[in-house]
Design a protein around this ligand. Structure first.
Ligand SMILES: [Zn+2]
Length: 312
């Protein structure tokens, strides 16, 4: 993991130098916007390096659920930095639209920008492979950001190259504005993803279906599952639920059954932490509007009439 981040950091410094060179030679807002976006990459990658060290720590007494949520700080910050860069680009572009200026030495600037873009493409593809293997959202955020950078660079290159060919001076600031709009969307997605994680949004539908499929194999007239709750924290996923069983089962029998369910879930969903609360049929825990077991043996499906709004 650290290897990826160190390499991306080193590559980003080279890329920024090349893109700033392209801007310096040409005076193009398009190239400036491209360079600023890369600068955001460096700051974000540096912060990610720091955060990954924290996220990888095992659970301790202060943080018994682990430190994996630290990743969300990194992607949230990256998303916000992108937003700031977008604003800066848009401001410069609007200024240039109002007072157009020519761009110079476009072929030399374009060559520097193209080299920087190829470096980014190589690094991004390499990091994306690593992110999928390790299921790390820090790495994925960085790689996707780099890829977005590559596409915007291609657009910038085409746009700026057209300026001397067409003589349209407004094209250069327009390129800057399009870049700003494009990266704003990317930043928004990163922030939204962090918010989902921090707000304990449930696992994606595919994971929920997998949980449901596993539980289906254990359901019977005697055993029932409800109040299934899921969330994720960086690379870890959490699944909690009730397991209702006949009140006459011994604790040992119930625990054996639960162990089988836990094993099946951890086998089918990578990196999952399972918490199963064992309850007799017809009785709920207090937080689910629990009450005394109904001695008449009421239908368990209607035995929890006062479900709290939090229950799913
Ligand atoms: Zn229940």
């Amino acid at each position: 993991m650290r290897r990826y981040l160190y390499v991306s950091l080193a590559a980003a410094f080279g890329v920024i130098a090349l893109k700033l060179g392209a801007w310096y030679l040409t005076g193009s807002v398009g190239f400036l916007s491209d360079a600023l976006e890369s600068l955001v990459n460096v700051v974000a990658a540096g912060f990610a390096l720091f955060i990954v060290g924290i996220a990888g720590r095992p659970p301790d007494s202060d943080h018994p659920y682990g430190h994996t949520k630290a990743e969300y700080f990194s992607s949230a910050l990256e998303g916000m930095l992108i937003g700031v860069a977008a604003l800066a680009i848009a401001a410069e572009a609007v200024r240039r639209l109002l007072s157009p200026q020519p761009v110079h030495a476009v072929p030399a600037g374009a060559a520097l920008n193209l080299l920087a873009t190829l470096i980014n493409l190589g690094v991004a593809r390499w990091m994306l492979g690593g992110a999928q293997r390790m299921r790390s959202i820090v790495l994925e955020a960085d790689a996707r950001h780099l890829l977005a950078d590559v596409w915007t660079s291609v657009g910038v290159l085409i746009g700026v190259a057209l300026v001397p060919l067409t003589g349209w001076l407004w094209l250069d600031p327009m390129v800057g504005i399009v870049v700003a709009g494009h990266i704003t969307g990317e930043g928004w997605r990163l922030v939204a993803r962090s918010v989902d994680g921090l707000m304990d949004r449930s696992l994606p539908a595919a994971d929920l279906a997998e949980v449901e499929r596993v539980l289906q194999g254990f359901r019977s007239d005697e055993v029932r599952f409800d109040h299934v709750r899921t969330r994720r924290a960086g690379t870890r996923r959490f699944v909690g639920m009730h397991m209702h069983m006949p009140a006459h089962w011994s604790l040992g029998r119930a625990a054996d059954f639960r162990l089988q369910v836990e094993r099946a879930l951890t086998r089918h969903i990578a990196g999952v932490v399972v918490t199963i609360e064992m309850l007799p049929q017809g009785q709920e825990s207090l937080q689910e509007g629990g009450q005394e077991a109904n001695p008449q043996g009421a239908d368990p499906a209607v035995a929890s009439p006062s479900r709290s709004p939090l229950a799913d």
